[in-house]
Design a protein around this ligand. Structure first.
Ligand code: FMN
Length: 268
């Protein structure tokens, strides 16, 4: 049996769907209070190198253009693991996850982990709104039950496995070389000055420090914004909006082409 304690969650999750799923997987494993290593804030990815030894690490990232979000790669790169099993999890907005899970597996191996299971789950699309929904409200209770069930399966695998060296490589879909990330868009959500109260919640949740308060106004640095929409979703006054016409058209399209519900997939 491979030792599965402590259970730690290692994640980048601007809008919280990835974190929710990892917590449920941990519950399925039998750990209600896992250790959290949250890589979402810019400070958490400042390059303090840390070692991870033993225990079970559940690593989760959102899919951005079919790849692992770049900030997550930087964050995970800070860790050097030995003798450490990992579960790799990608969360995507009901379009596709393409090469992201394969990429995450390779990144974790490079960091010294041994991936023993992988999964792709669905979370509300970052760009989803009530009016133009894409996987709105996911992960829902069905997804969370699936995450807990996956945790149970992982636990069974750990119990039956004698040593990390006997774990066979996972058969995860995806291609290498990975797909292109696509060009940077240099667009961002903006604050509507008539409804914004300057509470600075948007600034606090921004994972790339793209938002500042300058002379009483919220300003967003477009070339720092990764369009995660944490600011839009966390604004208590609904004052943040994505106004870029091209992006709005893209979301409209996604809402139609990605309306068919996809289900979580497990690799064990
Ligand atoms: C820049 C960007 C690119 C994205 N690319 C994809 C994608 O290729 N496929 C997909 O299904 N969802 C995509 N999404 C949606 C996220 O993967 C999804 O909303 C995820 O649940 C966000 O995770 P979080 O809540 O942990 O931040 C993208 C989101 C952003 C911001």
């Amino acid at each position: 049996m491979i030792l599965n304690r402590p259970v730690r969650l290692l994640y980048f999750s601007p809008t919280g769907t990835t974190r929710k799923i990892l917590e449920k997987i941990a519950e399925g494993i039998g750990e209600d209070q896992p250790e959290h290593i949250d890589l979402t804030s810019p400070e958490a990815r400042m390059g303090q190198h840390s070692r991870i030894k033993r225990g079970l690490t559940i690593i989760g990232v959102p899919v951005y253009t079919g790849r692992v979000a770049l900030e997550a790669i930087r964050g995970i790169g800070q860790f050097k693991a030995t003798d450490a099993p990992a579960i790799v999890v990608v969360v995507y907005g009901n379009r596709e996850y393409e090469d992201a899970l394969l990429e995450l597996q390779n990144i974790t191996v490079e960091a010294g982990f041994t991936p023993i299971a992988g999964a792709a789950f669905i979370g509300e699309h970052s760009l989803s709104t009530k009016d133009v929904p894409v996987a709105h409200g996911r992960p829902d209770s069905e997804d969370l039950d699936c995450a807990a069930a996956f945790g149970v399966l992982v636990n069974e695998k750990l119990t039956k496995t004698d040593s990390l060296s006997s774990v066979s490589p996972l058969k995860i879909p995806g291609n290498f070389p990975y797909r292109e990330r696509g060009p940077a868009r240099h667009v961002s959500p903006d604050s509507d000055d008539s409804t914004c109260t300057r509470c600075e919640k948007c600034r606090e949740v921004c994972p790339t420090a793209a938002i500042t308060l300058v002379e009483g106004y919220i300003q967003t640095e477009k070339n720092k914004c990764i369009l995660c929409c944490a600011c839009v979703k966390s604004c208590p006054y609904g004052a943040r909006h994505l106004n870029d016409p091209q992006l709005r058209q893209f979301i409209q399209q996604l809402s139609i082409t990605c309306s068919m519900r996809k289900d979580p997939e497990f690799y064990l």
